[in-house]
Ligand binder design. Structure first.
Ligand code: E4P
Length: 273
């Protein structure tokens, strides 16, 4: 399973690539805002185009997803997606355009297929696509049929929603059991999906069943155990914040063992090398 960094913060991108365990980057408008706000807070002058170009260079050879923001129609997403691709892909040849599976959010009729239409059009123009905001296997299938290279089920947000709807107190990083959470004798579920990892697993199963080549990118992961479970259900990619990248490497016994080895090392051994 590939590890992607879910961040637009350049210092995090640089650290993850220097460590050599980062296979790609995912950005979204909220993550770009976080990076921009961070620069503003430091009083730094913002040249976002230059900043993104630097990130693309660091990530050369691995995919970087940039999300469209003009989402009022398929045409608008295609126009913006093409512009983003034209502007940024020449930097390192690694741009993927992120398209929401369904950009309709105000219940206005007739917009439910705009994401799918945009994905098909961008793929026709040979632009790689990451289909985002996926919450059902059906949405994932529709995106795959339209030719998306990646589909991004948002695991953590399903878990958050189930806890919120059922008044289960939680912090964002809290583990949510892949097999679901029971309350008053019933497993909480969203139309047959019992957890974010269950959603990822269901999509993987459907894709494998039909030999679909679209990669399943487990997104919105909140802790290392969820990354492990994404791997166990066969996700092709897991994208995670930098904090989770660090958490992947940690165990209290590793730290304890290191402390003891450091204390025990005899001076005579140190002098050998
Ligand atoms: C990745 O592509 C998504 O934008 C991201 O994982 C969303 O994560 P969040 O639910 O923690 O905001």
């Amino acid at each position: 399973m590939k590890f992607f960094l879910d961040s637009a913060i350049l210092s995090e991108i640089e650290q993850a690539y220097t460590a050599g365990i980062c296979d790609g980057i995912t950005m979204n408008p909220s993550l770009v805002k976080k990076a921009v706000d961070g620069l503003k807070a430091k009083g730094e002058k913002i040249d976002l185009e230059r900043y993104i170009r630097r990130a693309l260079k660091v990530a050369k050879g691995t995919p970087v997803s940039l999300e469209v923001t003009d989402t009022e129609s398929a045409e608008a997403m295609v126009v913006q997606g093409k512009k983003l691709f034209k502007k940024f892909n020449p930097v390192a040849g690694n741009v993927y355009i992120k398209i929401p599976v369904n950009p309709s959010y105000d219940a206005a009729p007739g917009k439910d297929f705009e994401g799918i239409i945009a994905i098909r059009a961008l793929r026709k123009a040979k632009i790689p696509v990451n289909c985002t905001l996926v919450f059902t296997p059906e949405q994932a299938l529709a995106a795959a049929k339209a030719g998306a290279n990646f589909v991004s089920p948002f695991a953590g947000r399903i878990d958050d929603m189930l806890r919120k709807e059922h008044f289960v107190p939680f912090s964002k990083e809290d583990y949510y059991p892949a097999k679901g959470l029971s309350k008053e004798g019933k497993v909480l579920e969203d139309n047959g999906v019992v957890s974010g990892i269950d959603l990822v697993g269901q999509i993987v199963k459907v894709f494998r069943q039909y030999g679909i080549k679209t990669e399943v990118l487990a997104a919105s992961l909140r802790n290392a155990r969820q990354v492990r479970e994404a791997a166990l259900v066969g996700a092709d990619i897991a994208t995670m914040p930098f904090s989770v990248f660090m958490e992947l490497m940690r165990h209290r016994l590793t730290a304890e063992g290191m402390k003891k080895f450091a204390e025990d090392t005899p001076e005579e051994f140190r002098k050998l090398v």
